[in-house]
Design a protein around this ligand. Structure first.
Ligand SMILES: NC(=O)CC(=O)C(=O)O
Length: 265
């Protein structure tokens, strides 16, 4: 199965972001992708954190969800819809949610980012907990025989989440890593998750200079179960494609049966 990671440099104009996402998905489908993934916050990198509250949709209704369902159906893709803000039912906050659509446009999974990012080095400061409500449920879905474990961005730093996905064929990590932290840790962490779980990793990212003054690291990539980077795009919009090969997956697990050697749960 060909899989595609779409890299974006989203801004505050939601309509423009949706048009870019659609164009990249069309590009992925044209190149033969059967599964495509958008980055975290594909629909909005706002000027203020609170912009997410204004954009938020109710679960199951809204123009962003409609756009994702339509794209999946019209392009015949398993679509991992980056993240979009979904209104919390209990708090004055939003969930940072990945919605997944099948090639018939049916929604097949929802994952809410579990670990909320905070970082302050004196020059840059982030605190997602100000507007986001954390999710709590690891979520996997079946994409026509390919078992996929879902996560978002900062989750990548918490290997215990991925252990809950042991046996998955593919881990998805839509992200918007900062330039600073991404330069230091992004590839290292992604390759570690691929190697320790002996599976493919697809990591679509935000990558470039945003209108809100923030810079993201990009380097969207696809990694194989041996930890090899199959395809990468450093910065700017684009589509990163690779083949998910079940024979390679089985070969790595058979040659080095580490998953079967776990002793501590
Ligand atoms: N932006 C994030 O959620 C995470 C990040 O940039 C990091 O972990 O580093």
């Amino acid at each position: 199965m060909k899989i595609a990671a779409c890299q974006m440099v989203s801004g505050p104009d939601v309509a423009a972001n949706l048009a870019t996402a659609r164009r990249l998905l069309e590009d992925a489908a044209r190149q033969g992708a059967r599964l495509a993934a958008l980055p975290e916050y594909f629909c909005l990198m706002g000027m203020h954190d609170s912009d997410k509250l204004a954009l938020a949709e109710d679960d199951g209704a809204g123009p962003i969800q409609a756009m994702l369902a339509t794209a999946a159906r019209e392009l015949g893709l398993w679509l991992i819809g980056g993240t979009l803000p979904i209104r919390s039912t209990t708090a004055d906050r939003v969930r940072n949610s990945t919605l997944v659509f099948s090639p018939t446009g049916e929604r097949v999974a929802r994952y809410d980012k579990i670990h909320l990012f905070a970082f302050d080095n004196g020059r840059e400061s982030y605190d997602e907990g100000r507007v986001l409500e954390a999710g709590s449920e690891p979520t996997r879905f079946d994409a026509g025989g390919v078992n996929v474990g879902l996560s978002v961005c900062y989750d990548l730093r918490f290997p215990e989440l991925y252990r809950r996905y042991a046996g998955c064929d593919l881990l998805a990590v839509p992200a918007a890593f900062t330039y600073t932290t991404g330069q230091a840790h992004w590839e290292l962490l992604l390759r570690a998750r691929a190697v320790e779980n002996q599976c493919y990793v697809i990591a679509p990212a935000q990558g470039g200079q945003h209108a809100n003054g923030r810079r993201t690291w990009g380097h969207s990539m696809v990694i194989d179960p041996w930890g090899q980077v199959l395809a990468v795009q450093a910065e700017g919009e684009g589509v990163v494609m690779a083949e998910l090969d079940p024979v390679r997956l089985a070969q790595v697990r058979q040659q080095l049966p580490a998953l079967g050697h776990r002793r501590l749960g």
